[in-house]
Design a protein around this ligand. Structure first.
Ligand code: 5GP
Ligand code: ZN
Length: 113
């Protein structure tokens, strides 16, 4: 996607702090961290949000969630963490490329909304 911010990051047109990468997945540090560890995990294929997940592309999501425990371990999140994906306007999604926030490194607030 030409003008998608995270596709630009994937193409190296915008620098990012890489945390993890494999054939299908890229993970990098959020530019505005909300916790001591705040990593964004994205499929390399462009999907706008979790609202576009169907059986035919679900392997991309499986690839992301297979990467998450590896990234959490590498980041030292032995005591737990939170994974969030925002969807659309009411979900306050600002970047329209499916991404999962991995948050940890402190006791997170119980409230999520
Ligand atoms: P959303 O609000 O769409 O769920 O999350 C988008 C996230 O992307 C935000 O947490 C924001 O800080 C992060 N972000 C926005 N622009 C950039 C950027 O250029 N580089 C990085 N690393 N993160 C970004
Ligand atoms: Zn994209």
């Amino acid at each position: 996607m030409e003008n998608c911010l995270f596709c630009k990051i994937l193409r190296g047109e915008i620098p990012s702090s890489r945390v993890y990468e494999d054939e299908n997945v890229y993970a990098f540090r959020d530019i505005n961290p909300q916790a001591p560890v705040h990593v964004l995990i994205i499929p390399k294929a462009h999907l706008t949000s979790a609202d576009e997940i169907v059986a035919d592309n679900a392997a991309l999501v499986a690839a992301v969630f297979t990467a998450i425990p590896k990234i959490a371990a590498a980041e030292g999140l032995t005591n737990g963490y939170r994974v969030i994906t925002n969807v659309g306007e009411d979900g306050a999604q600002s970047v329209k490329h499916l991404h999962f926030h991995l948050l940890g490194g402190k006791k997170l607030p119980e409230s999520m909304a």
